[in-house]
Design a binder for this molecule. Structure first.
Ligand code: SAH
Length: 216
């Protein structure tokens, strides 16, 4: 697939829309300008790649809306070199935006078919991010602690394992709620036992599912 002038133009238009919707973090906007979203879309939806909407990517999942990616990445407040744990690799678009920002990404996906498809796409694109097939509820203790944790599926609550794997002073961004609508939360880990919570309004994500059949 190629990233033509037409695609770049469409991307600039999309970024202008995101600015109008209140995204002001220039690093995030620059990273999103550099990552060709159409590479991550199913062929049936290619022509919509630069609309500010979520689209199906197979296995009942969606690529997040650009505004949501921009918003979550902005409040995650990353700097280059940080270790970031992402739950819900999906299409790999959010993963690629985080990698473009110079972070060390560890991303987990629980759907085998999506994991394999995205793993091969990210290899082809030479995106430097560690990819794992597994249950995000458990996090990835082997590489903990993380500076940042981002969850890109709607969770019924904040999983304890993810808080545990966060550095003191680290941030966890997670949409919490029932299917259909979740509240975007940002948790700051002040100490092993003290956290503060900020609320950032309603979003809609596919659900975070626990895979009881998954074997380790
Ligand atoms: N960041 C993705 C969003 C994909 S949608 C993107 O930019 O495209 C959310 C993804 O979370 C789906 O692929 C879904 O399969 C995955 N998911 C749901 N529950 C999960 C869990 N317990 N562990 C890991 N991934 C999970």
């Amino acid at each position: 697939m190629e990233d033509s002038y037409r695609h770049k133009g469409l991307r600039r238009n999309l970024l202008a829309q995101l600015r109008l919707k209140g995204i002001i973090n220039e690093d995030v906007l620059e990273a999103m300008e550099a990552v060709p979203r159409h590479f991550f879309m199913n062929s049936a939806f290619l022509k919509f790649a630069y609309e500010d909407k979520a689209f199906p990517i197979g296995a009942d999942q969606t690529i997040s809306q650009p505004y949501t990616v921009a918003f979550q990445t902005s409040i995650l407040n990353v700097s280059p070199g940080m270790k970031v744990l992402e739950i819900g690799t999906g299409s790999g678009y959010q993963t690629s935006v985080l990698a473009k920002l110079g972070t060390k990404v560890f991303s987990i996906e629980r759907q085998k078919s999506l994991f394999l498809k995205t793993d091969s796409l990210l290899s082809k694109m030479r995106v430097k991010a560690q990819r794992y097939y597994g249950d995000g509820y458990k996090g990835k203790p082997a590489f903990a602690p993380y500076d940042r944790v981002i969850v890109t599926c709607g969770a019924p609550e904040v999983p304890n394992a993810l808080i545990k794997q966060l550095k003191i002073g680290g941030l966890l961004v997670i949409p919490v709620g029932q299917e259909g609508s979740q509240e975007m939360l940002r948790l700051t880990k002040n100490s092993e036992t003290d956290f503060s919570l900020e609320r950032f309004g309603e979003f809609s994500f596919v659900p975070m599912l626990e895979d009881r059949e998954m074997r380790y």
